[in-house]
Design a protein around this ligand. Structure first.
Ligand SMILES: *[C@@H]1O[C@H](CO)[C@@H](O)[C@H](O)[C@H]1NC(C)=O
Ligand SMILES: *[C@@H]1O[C@H](CO)[C@@H](O)[C@H](O)[C@H]1NC(C)=O
Ligand SMILES: *[C@@H]1O[C@H](CO)[C@@H](O)[C@H](O)[C@H]1NC(C)=O
Ligand SMILES: *[C@@H]1O[C@H](CO)[C@@H](O)[C@H](O)[C@H]1NC(C)=O
Length: 499
């Protein structure tokens, strides 16, 4: 799906809006702010990593990401909540630590935001509990990856996804230039999901279920998980990926499935990123701009060709807010397009290369035989050179053909979706409810792009897998009650979309 562009501008507008709104309150005689109840906080822990060793967080550190209903509303007074309190124990000893939390989300349209916290615990922790004033909540935790990798590409959560051509384009390219893909998944058309799992089995990527935020038994008035979570907590997914590969990867980049980065300064991603980071030893992240392209692809899986897809690409003369590549030792969390600015954060805006963004894609009936079609490389936006050498296109095509041959018996390619149903609806909805308002200067009409921002009619003929997990109800604690999900899995019995 599309990203929200220029979140910073929006944030500023919304802050002003919130301030004006709050300012007006005292003039309404019926509302007595002093006597409003204190808002009960609900925090959904989406990531909890325990690092026996960490080069940047310190040994025995814990890192937490949570979605919490922290933004003001007119119904409640905000509680005093500045620090997170954590209890940890090993077989011989225990500790209680207090640590500040940091805001990860840079969008004040949504009441439920993502926060990050980290603290030093003790060696060989066996149990972690979140401490409230009147009780504690034991939470599950995992260790991050310690398998060394040059580059990890974190793909933002996909939902009702049908774009298998984009997927094939991306995974073959990332593998060729030395990156491992960690793809977050909420829901996808069955046949496309089956293809992803085959590619996962062959080591191209890892598919990570991204469970929804739920507060079991909590009313919408207190914490509205249907409408008040920005983009299905995408920044939490991106930051989860960063924390998961913090000790493992030299570089981590956060992209959408339709964003393609191809190295230009060196034969691999790792060498290109290293060259750019070497410009200045203070750099925490690289910022690549996005240049928009259109692609024309066949709707028939068995006739798909990367060579033809490259040949069809045309530049749309339009640049969009880009994406970042971080040094995981110098960044602890990231928002949508880049990590939040701190006094220690230094960025390098890349002028040497860009992200090729497949902004629009046409699925067509007409198919051309890739063996007969002339090989055409797409060019950079400024027409300075080809985005990719011809030889590399042929290598990618060969790699695709190998997979097609291997999967021939399963008929997996021929079963892929031939029509776009949900992707067109998502695009239409985001254009109408977001981009059109944004670009026509009606920003105050924009509402939080929550999980139920768009209301789709389920198409009975399209079967999807969708993530489910086990959620428990929790005893109410003050000032904050902690929640989490366990055992996420994909089910094909829940439809494509939640209501
Ligand atoms: C990340 O967290 C560690 C541990 O708290 C801290 O020392 C470091 O400064 C943080 N990095 C950034 C960029 O804030
Ligand atoms: C438990 O933590 C204490 C306090 O840091 C430490 O001294 C002790 O070695 C740890 N026990 C184990 C079994 O690691
Ligand atoms: C871009 O460069 C290619 C190859 O040099 C050339 O064929 C093409 O005409 C150029 N296009 C434009 C718009 O200048
Ligand atoms: C989701 O999973 C939970 C726990 O395993 C289960 O009780 C529930 O029925 C599932 N929901 C659906 C819609 O299948």
């Amino acid at each position: 799906m599309r990203h929200l562009r220029r979140t910073f501008v929006l944030t500023a507008c919304l802050l002003i809006y919130v301030m004006v709104y709050k300012f007006k309150q005292p003039s309404k005689p019926s509302v007595d702010i002093e006597n409003l109840p204190v808002r009960p906080l609900k925090a959904f822990i989406s990531s909890s990593y325990y690092y026996p060793t960490s080069k940047s967080l310190g040994d025995n550190a814990v890192a937490l990401l949570m979605s919490i209903n922290l933004l003001p509303t007119s119904d409640y007074n905000p509680p005093d909540f500045k620090e997170i309190v954590i209890y940890a124990e090993n077989s011989t000893s225990s500790i209680i630590v207090r640590t500040p939390h940091h805001k990860v989300t840079y969008n004040d349209q949504c009441q439920i935001i993502t926060i990050f916290a980290t603290a030093q615990l003790i060696p060989n922790v066996g149990k972690i509990e979140m401490v409230s004033d009147d009780g504690r909540t034991e939470i599950p935790f995992t260790k991050p990856s310690y398998i060394n990798r040059d580059v990890v590409v974190c793909i933002a959560p996909l939902f009702v996804s049908e774009q298998w051509q984009n997927f094939l384009f991306a995974v073959h390219i990332y593998k060729k230039y030395g990156a491992f893909v960690n793809l977050y998944l909420i829901s996808a058309v069955n046949t496309f999901y089956n293809l992803m799992k085959e590619y996962e089995g062959d080591g191209y990527l890892s598919v990570q279920p991204w469970a929804s935020v739920k507060f079991h038994g909590i009313s919408k008035k207190i914490a509205d998980t249907h409408n008040q979570i920005e983009l299905r907590s995408q920044v939490a997914a991106q930051s989860d990926c960063l924390l998961q590969y913090k000790e493992a990867a030299r570089f981590i980049t956060f992209l959408d499935l339709d964003d393609i980065l191809i190295p230009r300064l060196a034969p691999t991603y790792a060498e290109e990123f290293q060259k750019l980071f070497d410009k200045n030893e203070q750099i925490s992240y690289l910022f690549y701009q996005k240049e928009n392209y259109n692609a024309v692809v066949t709707r028939y899986g068995v006739r798909f060709s990367l060579k033809n897809m490259f040949g069809s690409m045309t530049y749309k003369h339009f640049r969009e807010t880009g994406k970042s590549v971080v040094d995981p030792l110098r960044v602890n969390f990231t928002s949508l397009h880049f990590p939040p600015q701190t006094p220690k954060t230094e960025k390098y805006i890349v002028s040497e290369n860009v992200i090729t963004h497949l902004k629009t894609i046409d699925w067509v009936d007409k198919t051309e035989d890739p063996d007969e079609k002339e090989l055409i490389e797409p060019f950079y936006y400024d027409n300075s050179s080809a985005i990719i050498p011809k030889k590399d296109i042929m290598d990618l095509e060969d790699d695709l053909r190998k997979m097609m041959t291997r999967l021939q018996k399963t008929r997996m390619f021929s079963k892929l979706p031939r029509i776009r149903y949900y992707s067109d609806l998502v695009l239409k909805c985001y254009n109408e409810k977001y981009y059109d308002l944004y670009y026509s200067n009606r920003k105050s009409e924009i509402t939080c792009p929550g999980p139920q921002f768009c209301d789709f009619t389920q198409q009975v003929n399209i079967k999807c897998v969708r993530v489910n997990a086990t959620y428990s109800s929790m005893k109410k604690l003050m000032p904050v009650t902690y929640y989490y999900a366990t055992d996420p899995y994909f089910s094909d019995e829940m439809g494509c979309y939640a209501h």
